[in-house]
Write a new protein. Structure first.
Lengths: 282, 324
């Protein structure tokens, strides 16, 4: 059965509820191994909720349907969030989430395309956008109106191949290509080590129609995605300003938010902190 | 186009010693295939004219994409196209494909076994433009990538046959390209099969195991020796991976002296594969390796350089003569 087709009006409350469910999954998953890329997952959860439960046109029971919208996660280490979204979308079993990062699990800490619903091998940063360009060109050859969404990150913009892809997308006028740039301000060595600002201006200069929003504000995310539907000859960039660890103050404020590893016992405290925040919000 | 690439043009392939030649055999074969295969698309990174792919572009402009000077993106875009069911043929020079886009060929293509064909010009010593343009170590680099098929064709006939074969084959391929006026060594009807070596001359005194255009030299050398009463066998190995170890071991067992001949450094390519194969098969014979030394080659005219580095027929004859 097709999801999100045709796109209806957004129920912001319901999407926020989905995002909370994703975050709850993420925390359970990271607790299982005592570690993971939880900061990034919590930061991007709102975007994934908006994509899988509002914007992306797909059939969870027919993953190779040629006219599906594609979602490519270039940052393979964000897999924790993708697994949660795929489980909520009914593509993989929710019970499987607890195997995240375990030996022989399909739910690796970095995405492999052998897991259902994964459109590329992420993780070697700078690969995603070019593959998105290729998929968008292939869809054009097939005269399909399906779109291609590529998530990439602020740190990943330091890979030159990202800009090779950015140039080619505007050259080929790929207006069904949407880059979702997660600007969470962290990378492996700490806070973003090479200043990438002004991010939105860079994308505009490369010929992209660019939106810059609070990536943890569901109304803003849904609004930017709606704006990006226009087929006007320009690829779309949505610059998402996100907070790593969003929803859990202890992770939000951690300097180790690129890769988070703590005792299993402490995870219970983290989860309690999250639930307390959820309770206060409702 | 950058100046360096312009200078590398037109001084290509000092091949053909009196043989008939065919213009742009790869591009013509691809354009022919495009008629019956709407899934084939073409790509290049600002080297369409110099990798013979323009016949395909002219026939199918809507299925051809020039991504500019951006080899990583060339491979990434090809990967994306393959994900939508296309069979991309992506051309550039071997140096740029292998050195600049290695991670993309390894991860975006081979790890996912995507159906992309990289067609790479200026293999080995076929340009006098120096180390920046001479893909002297591409076979070695590509050989390390799991699941990648690697082809080094000999002549125009084999390029056409290999183009058809790799289009039919499902999976990533790296094929070396001889461009422009390419000599015809093999007659029509020559059989090319991915993964299969061919014994082209029988002989027991010396056995030459060769790949790429060095097979042309090997055949001419074998014919010259035959007139002197020395029997030289030739085993042509156009597929570097998967390697036809069985045929190589059988051939090596049937000859007195073994010589390898490749348009590539003598480390990591054909010579290394033959030595590994003989060791695995328990064949204790000395192997004489004809190929490029393990260092960068200077600029110069291609015939001069090929003679200097032992890649001409005369040099092959001299090397074999010195064995006895």
């Amino acid at each position: 059965m097709l999801r999100n087709s045709p796109p209806g009006s957004a129920d912001i409350g319901a999407l926020e509820h989905k995002a909370r469910r994703l975050r709850r999954h993420l925390l359970t998953m990271a607790r299982g191994q005592g570690q993971g890329y939880i900061g990034q997952g919590l930061g991007i959860a709102d975007t994934l909720a908006a994509l899988y439960f509002h914007e992306l046109r797909y059939d969870p029971h027919n993953l190779t349907w040629p006219d599906r919208d594609r979602f490519l996660m270039s940052t393979g280490h964000y897999s924790i969030a993708l697994w949660a979204a795929l489980a909520e979308a009914g593509i993989i079993p929710v019970e499987e989430l607890t195997t995240y990062g375990a030996d022989n699990s399909r739910l690796e800490m970095s995405t492999l395309d052998t897991t259902p619903g994964v459109e590329m091998i992420g993780g070697s940063l700078g690969h995603g956008l070019g593959q998105g360009v290729g998929q968008a060109l292939g869809l054009r050859v097939d005269r399909s109106d399906a779109r291609v969404f590529v998530e990439l990150s602020d740190g990943e913009m330091q890979e030159g191949s990202t800009w090779e892809a950015a140039m080619s997308a505007s050259h080929f006028r790929l207006d069904g290509l949407v880059a979702l740039i997660d600007c969470n301000g962290i990378q492996a060595d700490g806070p973003v080590v090479l200043d990438m600002e002004p991010v939105a201006d860079k994308w505009r200069a490369f010929g992209w129609q660019t939106f810059e929003i609070d990536g943890n504000d569901m109304t803003a995310v849904v609004g930017a995605l709606a704006g990006a539907r226009q087929r006007n000859g320009k690829p779309k960039a949505i610059v998402l300003r996100t907070l790593p660890g969003k929803g859990v103050p202890r992770i939000e404020s951690s300097e180790k938010s690129h890769f988070f590893r703590i005792d299993v016992a402490q995870w219970d405290g983290i989860i309690a902190e999250f639930e307390k925040g959820v309770g206060a919000a409702q | 186009m950058e100046a360096g690439r312009a200078l590398a043009l037109g001084q290509d392939e000092a091949l053909g010693g009196g043989r008939r030649s065919v213009e742009a055999p790869f591009g013509r074969a691809l354009a022919r295939l495009g008629e019956s295969r709407p899934d084939i698309v073409g790509l290049t990174a600002d080297l369409g004219k110099y990798t013979d792919i323009l016949p395909f572009r002219d026939a199918f402009p809507d299925r051809f994409f020039n991504v500019g000077m951006a080899e990583q993106n060339l491979v990434a875009v090809a990967a994306g196209l393959a994900r939508t069911g296309k069979v991309p043929f992506a051309t550039t020079y071997g140096v740029f494909a292998t050195r600049r886009a290695y991670d993309f060929i390894a991860i975006a293509l081979a790890h996912s076994n995507l159906n992309v064909k990289i067609v790479a010009g200026l293999p080995g010593l076929t340009t006098g433009y120096g180390g920046t343009h001479q893909a002297i170590e591409d076979l070695a680099l590509m050989r390390m990538i799991p699941g990648l098929t690697i082809i080094d064709p000999c002549d125009a006939t084999e390029i056409e046959a290999a183009t058809e074969a790799i289009a039919e084959h499902r999976g990533p391929v790296y094929m070396r390209l001889l461009r422009g006026s390419v000599p015809v060594v093999f007659e029509p009807g020559h059989i090319f099969e991915i993964g299969k070596a061919r014994r082209l001359r029988e002989g027991s005194d010396v056995g030459i195991i060769s790949t790429g255009f060095m097979t042309e030299r090997a055949l001419d050398a074998a014919d010259a020796f035959r007139k002197q009463g020395i029997s030289v066998g030739v085993l042509h190995v156009p597929t570097i991976k998967p390697f036809d170890a069985e045929a190589v071991a059988e051939f090596a067992g049937s000859v007195g002296r073994i010589v390898t001949a490749e348009n590539h450094v003598v480390v990591g390519g054909l010579a290394s594969l033959v030595v590994e194969t003989l060791f695995d098969a328990g064949i204790a014979k000395t192997v004489t390796r004809i190929g490029l030394p393990d260092r960068y080659i200077e600029c110069g005219a291609v015939p001069t350089l090929q003679a200097k580095y032992g890649l001409t027929t005369e040099a092959v004859i001299a090397t074999i003569t010195a064995l006895s």
